[in-house]
Design a protein around this ligand. Structure first.
Ligand code: PHB
Length: 250
């Protein structure tokens, strides 16, 4: 790829433009994209124009820019995420119908928990998770499961890094996190009470593929002091259903 005078490639610049979109910032002006991407104004405007022409970004009637349907189509088509989500949907619907709280599916992505799906009902409580949004591994129940069953490399990297304290309940001490990960492996599930927001408790279980590798976490978000045992039973039932759909023999 051709490099710019600053040495970054065309792909680098495309990624910088696309990464200005976040779960909570889905519409921007071209000038905002330029500023947030850190690219020279003319370069950002040209890239945005080319992406709009290609259908990967779209311009609305106020000339503001959003992610285009074409990008969604390409990204979703035949991805591993789609296969997992499809295998999980029937089980997730059953868990949500029985527990009547947020039910979600997350995978490990670049040292964070990335949420592929979230089902919520009218009576579900607070929840900070967004579909295609991320949560820190050490602070969420899904993240704790993905970390507990992740590689040694991943665990040591997270334990050596900064563990942001999002609430007074977040495990921000490496030794305490190490103990928590061992507990998750022993119990086969994670409970994170008030760890990401004080008012909620996340409960998560690992989902394995046919090789026995943990490929996802299935979780529910409950009001903080709600009992967890019924949710855990449903999560384990749901997890087994997803594993069967993924081809795991029981
Ligand atoms: C969790 O998985 O621990 C979790 C996620 C979202 C929330 C609260 C807890 O809003």
């Amino acid at each position: 790829m051709a490099n710019s005078p600053t040495g970054d490639s065309v792909t680098d610049r495309l990624v910088r433009v696309l990464e200005t979109f976040t779960p909570s910032r889905t519409v921007q002006t071209a000038a905002e994209i330029g500023r947030r991407s850190g690219l020279p104004r003319s370069s950002a405007h040209r890239i945005v124009g080319e992406l709009v022409d290609a259908g990967l970004l779209e311009r609305d009637d106020d000339r503001r820019i959003r992610i285009g349907m074409r990008l969604w189509e390409l990204a979703t088509r035949s991805s591993q995420a789609l296969r997992l989500r499809q295998a999980a949907m029937p089980a997730m619907e059953r868990v949500q119908a029985r527990i009547r709280e947020h039910t979600q599916l997350a995978v490990l992505e670049q040292d964070e928990a990335l949420f592929l799906e979230r089902l919520s009902g009218p009576t579900s409580g607070s929840n900070v998770t967004r579909i295609a949004g991320r949560l820190p591994l050490h602070a969420s129940s899904s993240g704790l499961v993905l970390l507990a069953y992740g590689t040694r490399d991943l665990q040591e990297r997270m334990l050596a890094g900064r563990l942001a304290r999002l609430t007074p309940e977040t495990i921000a001490d490496p030794a305490a996190l190490r103990r928590k990960l061992a507990e998750v492996r022993t119990l086969g599930h994670a409970v994170a009470r008030g760890s990401i927001e004080l008012v909620s408790t996340g409960v998560a279980v690992p989902v394995r593929d046919e090789t026995g590798t943990v490929v996802a976490a299935l979780s529910v978000v409950l009001p903080r002091d709600a009992p967890t045992s019924a949710a855990l039973d449903e999560l384990h039932r749901g997890r087994r259903e997803i594993e069967r759909a993924l081809g795991v023999r029981s």
